[in-house]
Design a protein around this ligand. Structure first.
Ligand SMILES: [Zn+2]
Ligand SMILES: [Zn+2]
Length: 499
């Protein structure tokens, strides 16, 4: 477009400071020609959601990474209380709501402008210059002879001498030429310009994204936790998301519309506003949050997925929250886990379930060979005995319906201590939800657990048997050598060999 939006004259209110450049702003050209940024901000998160979901769906149907699956494919159909079609339908409904709210938000936002960047950098350079005024005082406090020091430094290091004098670059005056006019007042030094530029282009945006992440994590943690602590909110609103006991990628935004609006849409909008982002920044932030949410539900613990390596909040961590024994733990979403850790709601029972079938087998092999503790869910079973039981101290006492469930249907058994209380509270919550929960969920889960455990045992026996019978044969020797090599190599690069 290029139309002039504003014309700022560079008259100088502070004659002792270098002047600010004049500038003219115009509309920022859209990222993709023909599609306004405000429209792209609505489209991109939805496109990202389905693109990443379809990638995981393809990996899932082709079964490319069975060793990293958190659940068996059979579990997806047997344990989930909702069909894939209903999930798609409700996600689309949520995305329609999200788009409508986003449209409203976009209407109230100013358009992104360009042209004022140099001016803004100069404003930062001025702040740096003003901040330097404190330096002589501080040096004097520390016992330096400021004038003498500046004089000594001046011949060899004129810029440093200027810093010591508190930003007085009298002997070093790079004139700033702007629009053909030569200013007689001193300009900014190179280091001031570089630092100002770094602050404007990198530091400030990084702080903005940091604020937005903290706001969205905080918003989601407390609302999400409230939905689990209040029985009415759980059974009427949030239990819908928990129909997915075995999450998959595009189930990430499968929610009651009220929850989708409150938690995801409103949370992201508030974060965007509080961080003071412009449209372009919001576009990346909404898209990144969407990617993270999808990845947290993907059903795979992938050692090389950057989204899973960046923070401890990942698919393994959130999967615990979808199990009947862990539903009242691991509330944090989508980026970090700090609120769970500060407020004692992290699952403390370790990788309690054997249903992380193949990954467990691989992890077990590694453990046999290295005696090393590996974890998929970022939980160490030892924490259960040592950690403060709050806020679960009454959960065992309050789990009245759970008393009528035989222990054989309460598998897997968590370790003693806090994890026991967490599992009791979680299972009681599943029983409270008559519609999508109930005893059937526990019975099914226990049956899966039993099957997975017997599979693990069979696998263990088979390995022992084969290594014994082949001890003396050359093939046996070769197998054992390559086997142990695999184990070592796997341990070094941090992935399990899939044999
Ligand atoms: Zn939940
Ligand atoms: Zn979830």
């Amino acid at each position: 477009m290029g139309s002039i939006m504003a014309n700022h004259s560079g008259f100088n209110l502070y004659p002792d400071l270098p002047p600010l450049p004049e500038y003219q702003t115009s509309l920022l050209p859209s990222l993709i020609p023909g599609i306004p940024d405000k429209l792209l901000t609505l489209i991109l998160p939805i496109a990202a959601y389905w693109a990443l979901s379809m990638l995981f769906h393809w990996i899932d149907t082709k079964d490319y990474f069975p060793q990293y699956r958190l659940h068996t494919p059979a579990e997806v159909s047997s344990r989930n209380k909702v069909s894939r079609w209903e999930v798609v339908r409700d996600v689309v409904i949520q995305q329609v709501i999200q788009t409508a709210v986003g449209w409203g938000l976009g209407m109230t936002e100013p358009d992104d402008l360009t042209g004022q960047e140099e001016y803004d950098v100069a404003v930062w350079a001025r702040r740096i210059r003003i901040a330097q005024r404190a330096i002589p005082g501080l040096l004097a406090l520390a016992g330096f002879d400021v004038a003498g020091l500046a004089k000594t430094l001046n011949p060899s290091h004129p810029v440093l001498a200027g810093v010591v004098r508190g930003g007085q670059y009298s002997d070093f005056q790079p004139a700033s030429a702007d629009h053909g006019n030569l200013y007689i007042t001193p300009g900014f030094t190179m280091w001031e310009k570089t630092l100002a530029s770094a602050l404007y282009w990198y530091f400030v945006p990084a702080v903005q994204y940091g604020i937005a992440i903290i706001v969205v994590d905080t918003w989601q943690y407390f609302l999400h936790r409230a939905m689990h602590m209040n029985k009415w909110m759980y059974t009427t609103i949030h239990s819908r998301h928990h129909r997915l006991y075995v999450p998959y990628a595009y189930g990430a935004l499968y929610n009651h519309p009220m929850e989708g609006f409150l938690l995801d849409t409103l949370g992201a909008s508030v974060a965007y506003k509080l961080a003071g982002m412009n449209t372009r920044q919001g576009m990346w932030f909404f898209t990144a949050s969407t990617f993270k949410t999808v990845d947290d539900h993907c059903g795979y613990a992938l050692p090389w997925d950057p989204l899973q390596r960046l923070t401890s909040n990942n698919a393994g961590y959130h999967d615990v929250h979808h199990q009947s024994w862990g539903i009242k733990t691991n509330f944090s979403q989508p980026f970090f886990t700090f609120w769970d850790r500060f407020l004692g709601t992290v699952w403390t029972g370790g990788d309690v379930s054997a249903r992380y079938e193949k990954a467990r087998v691989a992890a077990q092999k590694k453990r046999d060979q290295l005696n090393e503790n590996t974890t998929i869910t970022h939980s160490n079973a030892g924490d259960s005995a040592t950690q403060d039981p709050r806020p679960y101290q009454d959960d065992m006492k309050n789990a009245r319906d759970l008393l009528s469930i035989p222990l054989k249907d309460q598998q897997p058994l968590p370790p003693k201590g806090k994890a026991e209380l967490q599992a009791a509270g979680s299972r009681q919550q599943v029983l409270d939800d008559r519609k999508d929960g109930g005893p059937q969920v526990l019975i099914q889960e226990a049956a899966e657990e039993k099957e997975a455990r017997s599979l693990l045992r069979r696998e263990g026996r088979r390995r022992t048997a084969s290594s014994l019978s082949q001890t003396d044969s050359l093939k046996g020797l070769k197998d054992r050598v390559t086997g142990s090599m695999h184990g070592r190599a796997g341990a070094i690069i941090g992935v399990e060999s899939n044999r």
